[in-house]
Design a protein around this ligand. Sequence first.
Ligand code: SIN
Length: 307
Amino acid sequence: MPVDLSTTIGSLEFPAPVMTAAGTAGHGAELSAYVDLSSLGAVVVKSLSAEPWPGNPAPRVHQTPSGMLNSVGLQGPGVAVWVRDELPGLVERGARVVVSIWGRSVEDYAAAARSLRAAEDRIVAVEVNLSCPNLDGGAHLFAHDPVATTDVLRSTEMLEVPRWAKLSANTDRVVEVARAAQSAGAEAVTLINTLIGMIIDTESRRPLLGGVSGGLSGAAIHPVAVRTVYEVRKAIPDLAIVGAGGVTDAITAIELILAGASAVQVGTATFADPRAVAKILDGLRTWCEAHEVSQLRDLIGGAHQTG
Ligand code: SIN
């Protein structure tokens, strides 16, 4: 019997539990040269605002031990141009599209959500990015505060597709914030965004990244992601979780699933190998076969079981 890799996130069914992570597979069908996008659970598009935005000054990325630091600063074409230029290519390739949106203010999020309404028939969900550390030195980390999280999510209520909230482990209030997101209508939370870090260039004796600080991602943050998913699952067992953070292979994906994630997103690994997301999906199938798991969903939250 083939392994059943399907999963449920809130009201949505997905045939596979592996997705791209926002910001790591471009705005459109860039990965389709390497991966059959229709085989993935979803393609999560880099965060978009209502208007085009140039992002932060270079350098924007730097390799770190077991990961990377980025201060891209949410560069993007804006929702309307994306809908016109990028969405058709994703739809044509059979991708289930999740659109990440961002803003500097509650009104910005509302504007991005309003612009997306014209495309709701072609997307499956919206991931509300409340946790980018790279805007104005981290001044817009809505996910550090339950009230700000509530306000942002309420401002996107006009969307008819399910909304997920992308949260941060840079705060000790993540459970409280996840609860607020759920109460404000989020069907799922994505855990975690990058951790705030910094590199100093010892030759110039100045911060290396154009944005000064940046977001740390990759294998280095995986244990933080596992801990955060575990804590939120334990506190709010009825809230769906999409796990992200240092998923590099089937084992790291299974860890997040056992902690409580219903699906995982692959991010930094894609920069090292554009086929990573497909390889991880294949690896999950092989792992399940080897461990006689016929349905991957039976593993979700398994680490919480006693006895
Ligand atoms: C960025 O574009 O700066 C990264 C996005 C994020 O961390 O949410």
